[in-house]
Ligand binder design. Structure first.
Ligand code: GLN
Length: 512
């Protein structure tokens, strides 16, 4: 069926018909730019939570039906400035809440036919399938707890989530602000790098965008990667370059960092061996045996290439999942409070206009939010309520800190923005783990799952999100003869220290 699917996409490519014909893949599309034969590397699709002025933005929710942003997201503008056309907005889990792209007001993103309909992963499932199906060469998704990495793994493509704050969130409708990142999906690391280069810019309009000062510190910290004696390394590393208020001083440091970075780049080219961390805590019983085999195979290939495989421990891994499912819904419940039927999207029901304000508000939200979104709003509102705050929200914040510490204890490179982080000279450069413990499920299997089952599937992706670390899911095909988008796709995840996005991408490019 994969072949049939590819043909269907191919025959329809380049026309508006394709885009509207594949309703569950794409929510809205514009005609391909006139003048035909436009190469598919000149077009891109955005997940439907990025604002665009010429296409509606609904987050796959009824509540935002017909909503159009008043400005295009920063990501959209940077891509357009680079000459790339945004041709469609892709289907997703409503507001990014889900792991299978089945929680959409438009219906689930499907792939395969009839009883073999398979999940493409979520929540950026539409974007993933567009790339896997060859409709566009790149796609943009968002990754809060794994939403770019998981669908990439399930569809056999690459999904890159940069460090938190690298790419502007301006114009990305928030799910959980402290975790939301813009992700890139493609079929080659080289492509991911070219899109990342376009998007990796400081944006003063996003308060959490990494400013130039922070970016300079990141370059300094990366220098510690060099295999120099300890005392020299600490001299070289700019971890003390904290609190620079002076603009001139900051500019001088950035320049210096840039120059050192070049030297480091040369050294990178000659460097053959990396230390790869394998955390014991990820070897869980629930992992599908094929995934364990693929993981071992990946590690042995990396070892054959001359890298060292190092056992590490990330003890807070298990609690990370619970912390995520307290923090993300809490932030979401606050973000989604603004959908009251007055300011955005689908208008309030006129018949109820005489009703009491509170009733109207509840009625509107009850009618137009999907079940999963309502569940998250209830969870989040509860954990933020006075009686539960200390036991849930505050505890989860503490766990989040521990998760960050776990990572800082194992990476060679110090966390560039934390003064207390010094880097572990015996540590590792990257961590390699599976993206998910499961193979892509059939949609029929998902019907028997509880919400909790789907939350558990995020166990390997949420730790990097809580710590804001860059991570990429790269495809490992269980059976080499199978095409992408087959049900035998497995994703392996490479995680790096905060800010180490380029070294991570280079490592992926050289090893995949
Ligand atoms: N599956 C996770 C959730 O539902 C992650 C979603 C995401 O990254 N947007 O929250």
């Amino acid at each position: 069926y994969s072949t049939i699917y590819h043909d269907r996409l191919r025959s329809a490519r380049g026309t508006r018909a394709v885009l509207s014909g594949l309703e569950n893949l794409v929510l809205t599309g514009s005609p391909y730019p006139s003048g035909r034969n436009i190469a598919n590397d000149e077009v891109i699709v955005l997940k439907d939570n990025f604002l665009t002025t010429d296409l509606p933005t609904t987050c796959a929710s009824h509540i935002l039906e017909g909503f159009r942003g008043s400005a295009t997201s920063m990501v959209g503008r940077l891509l357009q400035d680079a000459g790339i056309h945004i041709v469609a907005k892709t289907n997703m889990d409503e507001f990014g809440m889900g792991s299978y792209s089945t929680n959409s007001a438009r219906g689930p993103v499907k792939h395969g036919f009839d009883s073999l309909e398979q999940s493409v992963g979520g929540s950026s499932g539409g974007s993933a399938l567009v790339v896997a199906g060859g409709l566009a060469r790149f796609a943009i998704g968002s990754d809060t707890g794994g939403s770019v990495r998981l669908p990439a793994a399930y569809t056999g493509i690459l999904g890159f989530k940069p460090s938190y704050g690298r790419i502007s969130r301006n114009g990305l409708i928030p799910y959980a602000n402290s975790l939301d990142t813009v992700g890139i999906m493609s079929t080659s690391v080289k492509d991911a790098i070219s899109i990342y280069r376009i998007l990796n810019k400081y944006d003063p309009a996003d308060p959490t965008s990494l400013d130039l000062n922070s970016r300079a510190r990141i370059s300094h910290a990366g220098l510690s990667r060099s295999r120099v004696p300890d005392h020299e390394a600490s001299n070289q590393v700019g971890v003390r370059v904290i609190g620079l208020r002076d603009k001139k001083e900051s500019a001088r440091l950035s320049l210096e960092a840039g120059m050192r970075w070049k030297a480091y780049g040369r050294q990178y080219l000659t460097k053959r061996s990396w230390r790869i961390g394998v955390p014991d805590e990820y070897n869980i019983q629930e992992m599908h045996p094929w995934i364990r085999i693929a993981w071992l195979k990946t590690l042995s290939v990396l070892q054959d290439m001359g890298n060292d495989i190092v056992h590490i421990s990330l003890p807070t891994t298990q609690s990370a999942l619970s912390a995520y499912y307290v923090l993300a819904p809490a932030e979401a419940s606050s973000n989604l409070a603004k959908y009251d039927g007055v300011r955005y999207g689908i208008p309030r029901d006129a018949e109820l206009a005489d009703n009491h304000e509170g009733v109207l508000y509840a009625h509107h939200r009850g009618q137009h939010f999907g079940d999963e979104v309502k569940r998250r709003i209830l969870l989040g509102t509860f954990s933020l309520s006075a009686g539960a705050m200390d036991n849930y929200f505050i505890q989860a914040q503490k766990v989040r800190r521990l998760v960050q510490q776990d990572f800082n204890n194992v990476f060679t490179v110090p966390h560039p923005l934390l003064e207390a982080s010094t880097g572990n000279p015996e540590g590792v450069d990257f961590i390699v783990v599976p993206t998910a413990p499961t193979l892509p499920p059939l949609l029929s299997e998902l019907k028997r799952q509880s919400p909790l089952d789907s939350y558990i599937n995020d166990i390997f992706t949420v730790p990097a999100s809580l710590a804001g670390l860059p991570a990429i899911s790269v495809p490992v095909v269980a059976d080499d003869d199978l095409p992408p988008t087959s049900d035998k796709n497995i994703g392996m995840q490479i995680i790096g220290q905060f800010g180490e996005d380029m070294p991570l991408l280079n490592f992926a490019r050289d090893t995949v």
